[in-house]
Write a protein that binds this ligand. Structure first.
Ligand code: NAD
Length: 312
């Protein structure tokens, strides 16, 4: 299979590349390295099944040329920082919605009709305290990042309805693991490296979310892609356990072998405006198809901390 991956030099994308190359697929990465890292994919440079193109999706002419002769597109490129929308309100409009439109339109012009998309649980917005199935609605995100993801989902659905595309949309839980470059674990490690005596925790520490280990995430994406046959296949991708922010802080302190660290809470029920403080994903749909995460949320967090500390 000839696979085109946007965002393939990023955290999740580079693990997806590893899995696809291992299976013998021919892979083209299209990434502008805005938050990705060439080191994450360096080990494939000499593989004849691997091509890296450093370019921006917002350059339509360039992606329209590069995408030719591929069988399927995995579209992972996006602004990864939920919080940035507060400062730059058009960022997710460009990097989420317009970028996704460019990918879809380039596919249409080149007769490629299968897309796999990395959406997010943040599309559900602030919800009642229940395990959220894919049918939960209305989906009203409270961040620009979430709005960008939901806009992308809408465009994909429109291309499926209008041009007979087939799509696999995954609403990820929080994904953690080696090569992680952002998020709460990286934030805590960086802060404790600077000052091992105290740790500032955003919010009251009670924010509670499911964490999915990155290789589970990639395996889940590929499993759904191979086994789900609808025109539009929508799945939550996560685990049925969760972890509080305070627990993550304890695990980071433990794994860094620090003692008597003072936790300083910034207060409030969430890390920042637009942060969804608590949610649980119902993953029965993909579980019934035959896929389950192999790590609980706590296990995923602990493994990710160990790997990130080991790799610096
Ligand atoms: P990441 O930042 O490591 O990867 C994104 C990649 O896209 C980077 O390599 C970046 O350089 C590239 N990119 C961004 N804008 C681009 C553009 N205009 N043109 C070309 N390349 C561009 O982030 P990640 O955590 O690996 O996330 C991958 C995808 O999964 C994203 O769409 C993200 O929104 C989604 N997601 C991630 C999580 C998570 O917990 N990490 C949760 C839900 C959804």
């Amino acid at each position: 299979m000839h696979v085109f991956i946007t965002g393939g030099a990023g955290f999740i994308g580079s693990h997806l590349v590893d899995a696809l190359i291992k299976r013998g697929d021919v892979v083209t990465i299209y990434d502008n390295l805005s938050s990705g890292n060439k080191q994450f994919i360096e080990h494939h440079q000499k593989n004849e099944n691997f091509t890296f193109i450093k370019a921006d999706i917002l350059n339509f002419k360039q992606i329209n040329k590069a995408i030719k002769n591929h069988d399927v597109v995995f579209h992972l490129a996006a602004n990864p920082h939920v919080r940035l929308g507060e400062k730059q309100t058009d960022l997710d409009l460009k990097q989420g919605i317009i970028a996704t439109y460019n990918v879809l339109e380039a596919m249409r012009q080149n007769n490629i009709n299968r897309i796999v998309y990395s959406s997010s649980s943040v599309v559900y917005g602030e919800t009642p305290n229940l395990s959220l199935p894919e049918t939960y609605g209305p989906t009203l995100p409270i961040s620009f990042y979430g709005a960008g993801k939901l806009g992308g989902e809408g465009l994909i659905s429109a291309f499926c309805g209008t041009f007979d595309f087939q799509a696999w949309i995954y609403r990820f839980a929080n994904v953690v693991g080696p090569r992680g470059t952002h998020g709460v674990i990286v934030d805590f490690i960086e802060k404790l490296n600077k000052n091992p005596k105290e740790l500032e925790i955003l919010g009251n520490g009670k924010q509670q979310k499911p964490y999915l280990y990155v290789t589970d995430c990639v395996n889940g994406m590929l499993y759904g892609f191979e086994h789900a046959k609808e025109k539009l296949n929508l799945f939550n991708l996560g685990c049925d356990t969760n972890t509080t922010v305070s627990r993550i802080a304890e695990l980071v302190v433990e794994e860094m072998d620090l003692h008597n660290v003072k936790f300083i809470y910034s207060g409030g029920d969430r890390g920042w405006k637009g942060d969804v403080p608590r949610f649980q994903l119902d993953t029965q749909k993909i579980n019934k198809l035959g896929w389950n995460a192999t790590n609980t949320s706590d296990e995923a967090v602990r493994k990710a901390i160990k790997e990130i500390l080991k790799n610096g």
